[in-house]
Design a protein around this ligand. Structure first.
Ligand code: ADP
Ligand code: MG
Length: 262
């Protein structure tokens, strides 16, 4: 089976991209799949969230600019079947430098090819920065699908409209004819508020079955897990957030046709 590659994206910051990328990668690895997280955000929150140190020169920056290979950047995490290409601050200069290169929207796709071809991974999850800059567009060109976390608050929908336009442009331009939406994940859901419920209702009315059934609740454990360098399933396995991400992971795997051994 070829390696699958999914970009976790939403141009808005603070909607739960990194939290979702980190926790899904852990849950999917725990379910038996070999997962590679690619942290493309210069803020490197996914890197520290998985307990990996930020080291100068350890990110995908060099390979993207033509120096060295991505496979050499793969680092282990503390968990089986879960590896990472970390990020660090140098990536924040990447936008400008990539823009000067030939095929600048396909740089990540090109350098990830050996990672896909080596057969070491079943799934690559890319954690995108909170913008529609060159790094994010590179992730869109490399990916087969987008997983879009949406925070349960007003204006959640507006960003998705913009994402749809970009996906259509990338498809029509031939940059990535096969690009699609894997699904929309509702995050920071608070069942006690009318706001959360009405936003979910509105998003479901708009996007129907694209929206994953599992909603991620707002919990303190999810928020504090990164400060321990752990996904929430290893920070507090019995938390509602842990079970939610486990169930969401099953949905994601099902949509991708990946089999769970858990
Ligand atoms: P993004 O990557 O989209 O910028 P993050 O995943 O970093 O967003 O989340 C933004 C903030 O919200 C972080 O402080 C994170 O810990 C917190 N957060 C995300 N999801 C939850 C949740 N389900 N419950 C509680 N806090 C959350
Ligand atoms: Mg983030």
């Amino acid at each position: 089976m070829p390696t699958r590659i999914i970009a976790v994206a939403n141009q808005k910051g603070g909607v739960g991209k990194t939290t979702t990328a980190v926790n899904l990668s852990a849950c999917i690895a725990a379910a038996g799949q070999r997962v590679l997280m690619v942290d493309l955000d210069p803020q490197a929150n996914a890197t520290s969230g998985l307990g990996v140190e930020k080291v100068p020169g350890a990110s995908s920056y060099g390979p993207i600019l033509g120096e060295g290979g991505m496979l050499d950047k793969v680092r282990p995490t503390a968990w089986e079947r879960l590896e990472i290409i970390p990020s660090e601050l140098d990536l924040c200069g990447a936008d400008v430098e990539i823009a000067r290169m030939e095929n600048h929207l396909a740089r990540v796709k090109t350098v990830l090819q050996p990672v896909l071809d080596c057969g070491r991974f079943d799934l690559v999850l890319v954690d995108c920065p909170p913008s529609l800059g060159i790094l994010t567009l590179n992730a869109f060109v490399a990916a087969e699908g987008l997983l879009v976390p949406l925070q349960c608050e007003y204006f959640a929908l507006e960003g998705v409209t913009m994402l749809k336009t970009i996906v259509e442009q990338l498809r029509n331009s031939g940059m990535n004819p096969g690009l699609g939406f894997l699904g929309i994940a509702m995050t920071m859901y608070d069942a006690r508020t009318n706001l959360s419920r009405s936003v979910v209702e509105e998003v479901r009315a708009h996007f129907g079955e694209f929206v994953f059934e599992t909603m991620i609740p707002r919990t303190t454990r999810i928020a504090e897990a990164p400060s321990h360098g752990k996904p929430v399933i290893y920070h507090d396995p019995y938390n509602a957030g842990s079970s939610a991400y486990e169930v969401l992971a099953q949905e994601v795997m099902q949509r991708l046709g990946l089999v769970s051994s858990a």
